[in-house]
Design a binder for this molecule. Structure first.
Ligand code: ASP
Length: 436
């Protein structure tokens, strides 16, 4: 068991959790043991994820923005790259939103199961509609006002105010670029070290994931189903729809969106591109980490696609930290799914909020396993959907993480080709020889 890769352990945790939950429901066991002795492990796991969110955003964004120092050197490439990254990510978020609204995975749950979930997560729909009414009456510029914190420590103390933390981190990063490098380097080094330490803590949390997933899934089934196995099956059915919604969205992102971008901005054929990046996609799938895949991503871009080193060494490391189209798409589907499963209708304002926060949350996600799920907390908090709802999706998250990471690295590579082509930094000779 010790030597098994983490994702296998998580899948074992998922399957065992399902078996224990279903078995206990079908033989009518009292839920006391599972709720009081197994569920707390799952709660600890989710709390760990929430605990990391603020410091992770703060450190990774400050370091990310401050390291854009090279942008002055590479200002044209820098501006273009960041522009395309933000556009593709916002597109991915919107595609996720459309998919979730068309396929409506949360509606696969029967009313009774939704009501049980509502009680379980103590959702107060009255409060939500009051909140929605308040939003309708406010100035259209209120979201902008809400982004600027009055007090940064108060903002950092509340996961719901994450956008304010993002705002502060970006300003701080820009300011660090503009002050005396002798002074700023100490601060940047501090946040860089903090960032590494937080990523280590994410690793610890992920080591607990197999047990957390086991605990969350078994207790979820027992609590939802009571003594009625039909409800447990209904929940699994809805989860399958949710997984399928994310997967179809991810496939569309590669087959339609990236294909179109390549066609519009590059002469390289889509098939040749896919063939050249196959090793990168396989590594991303098996590690669930854009960061871990980065060295291979750069090598394949240069050797197999013919992107110049100058472009790849700027575009790809930046992409591995900030460009996560797969994660953004997943976050919007997950947020809508959880809301649907709790019977909460999202207003247009809330859906726009998802586009904004999922885009920012994916930029703030580190390229390590599970980071996207940590950042989902921000998206849920911003639309007033209980973060406890993450328990619903955590069971199949690792499998989706593997798939969304493939899209994340593919997106980075597409942008590197587009930029290289636009800058005349594309070695077609090499590309033709190696790939076609
Ligand atoms: N694992 C993803 C990546 O490294 C991030 C995420 O959790 O969505 O790209």
């Amino acid at each position: 068991m010790k030597n098994l890769p983490l994702h296998t352990k998580i899948i074992i945790g998922l399957v065992l959790g399902l078996c224990v939950g279903l078995l206990s429901v079908s033989i009518g066991l009292d839920s006391y043991w599972i709720v009081n002795f197994i569920k707390p492990i799952g709660t600890i796991f989710v709390n760990l994820l929430k605990m990391i969110a603020v410091p992770l955003v703060l450190a990774s964004l400050i370091v990310g923005v401050a390291s854009l120092n090279d942008v002055s050197k590479l200002s044209r490439i820098g501006g273009k790259t960041i522009g395309i990254y933000i556009l593709t990510t916002a597109f991915a978020t919107t595609l996720g939103l459309v998919m979730a609204n068309v396929m409506r995975p949360g509606d696969r749950l029967p009313e009774q199961t939704k009501n049980n979930l509502l009680q379980l997560y103590k959702v107060n729909n009255e409060n939500n509609s009051k909140e929605a009414a308040k939003i309708r009456n406010q100035s259209p510029l209120q979201p902008l006002v809400d982004m600027v914190p009055e007090n940064i420590t108060a903002a950092a103390a509340d996961n719901r105010l994450m956008l304010q933390v993002v705002f502060f981190a970006v300003l701080m990063g820009i300011a660090l670029i503009q002050i005396d490098p002798k002074k700023s380097s100490v601060v940047i080094q501090f946040f860089d070290g903090l960032n590494d330490a937080i990523i280590k803590i994410v690793e610890y949390a992920m080591a607990l994931a197999p047990y957390g997933v086991f605990a969350l899934i078994s207790s979820l089934i027992v609590e939802i189903a009571g003594k009625d196995p039909y409800q447990a099956l209904a929940l699994l059915y809805a989860l399958l729809w949710y997984g399928a919604t994310v997967l179809i969205g991810l496939v569309l992102m590669i087959v339609v969106v990236y294909h179109a971008l390549l066609k519009m901005f590059s002469k390289i054929s889509f098939m040749a591109f896919l063939k050249g990046i196959r090793p990168v996609q396989l590594l991303a799938f098996s590690t669930s980490s854009s960061n871990a895949t980065l060295p291979l991503t750069m090598e394949c871009a240069e050797k197999n696609l013919g992107v110049s080193e100058e472009v790849s060494s700027f575009v790809l490391p930046l992409g591995a930290t900030v460009n996560m189209d797969g994660t953004a798409l997943y976050q919007s589907v997950a947020a809508v799914f959880i809301a649907q499963a709790l019977g909460m209708e999202l207003t247009i304002y809330q859906q726009l909020m998802i586009v904004l926060t999922a885009t920012l949350a994916s930029i703030g996600s580190a390229g390590v396993p599970g980071a996207g799920m940590v950042m989902l907390v921000i998206v849920l908090e911003s639309i007033n959907v209980p973060t406890a709802g993450i328990a619903l999706i955590v069971g199949i998250d690792r499998i989706l993480d593997m798939c969304r990471t493939v899209v994340n690295v593919t997106g980075d590579l597409i942008v590197s080709v587009v930029i290289a082509e636009g800058e005349g930094e594309f070695n077609k000779q090499k590309n033709l020889k190696k790939v076609l």
